[in-house]
Design a binder for this molecule. Sequence first.
Ligand code: CP
Length: 303
Amino acid sequence: MKHLLSLEAASADEIEALLISAEELKFKRWANDLSDDDLKDQCWALMFSKSSTRTRVSFEVGIRELGGSVMFLSSNQSQLGRGEPIKDTARVMGRMVHGAVIRTFAQDDVEQFAEFSGIPTINALTDEEHPCQILADLLTMKEKLGGWEDRKVVFFGDGDCNVAKSWMWAAERMGFQLVVAAPEAFLPPQDYQQQFSAGGKVSFTSDAAAAAAHADVLYTDVWVSMGKEDESEDRLDVFKPYQINDAIVTAACSSALVMHCLPAYREKEITEKVLEAHADTIFQQAENRLHAQKAVLKAVVAG
Ligand code: CP
């Protein structure tokens, strides 16, 4: 695997192999075995145009634990912020660093960077996908539920956001049931939805209560993704029925996991009570970012 640009571009075998590797790396780290040095003598760049806590910290720690060094470039610290084309930046970076982790707006920027830099490139969130997050979430499902076979995951919130879309590709590739519960205006366009119609695993609804029935995983994300802040006020009322609260939890399987990719806005997409009752799962997801991304780093370095 040369890059991780999206889950759309990943195969089931690649996802499976990454999760097995992540489990091994997690086990070794717990045993204080940090002998994997796949990034020895390498310097990686983290190029972020949006805020981050989990993604930045987990990649910085992961790169160092694999023997590499890392530099962090925010868009306002580089000429990207002043309009230098991504393909020019990519051709410079490709001559100097060994790999890049990019958080930006347009998916095309990550794809262009990979093409023009010639170095391993990882999508750390675009407007289109957040593949690293969903790899960590699948690892958490594997640990907590033994896997995803015959499981039903329900995503509540903005059904057209990056996290929801990466879940759709994960369900399509790995063969579990995913229901996207979102206001009609926040479901993906029909032509996007139709990509999943043949597999029969991904469905879309505006009925949150019906979606929750028999769910094994209740999943949510912020109602206002980065870059959509000017829509904040308008979104609060329309998203209210999609909040994960006691009523939604009661409608799901009694042992259902509640998952959140964080950061969380309490009493908006999830209540304080439900979040704290499921904090063990939610912060396990956050920890698993480190293990999943170390697996990705190893895989892209190996090519
Ligand atoms: N979930 C996630 O990507 O968190 P950060 O925005 O803090 O990196």
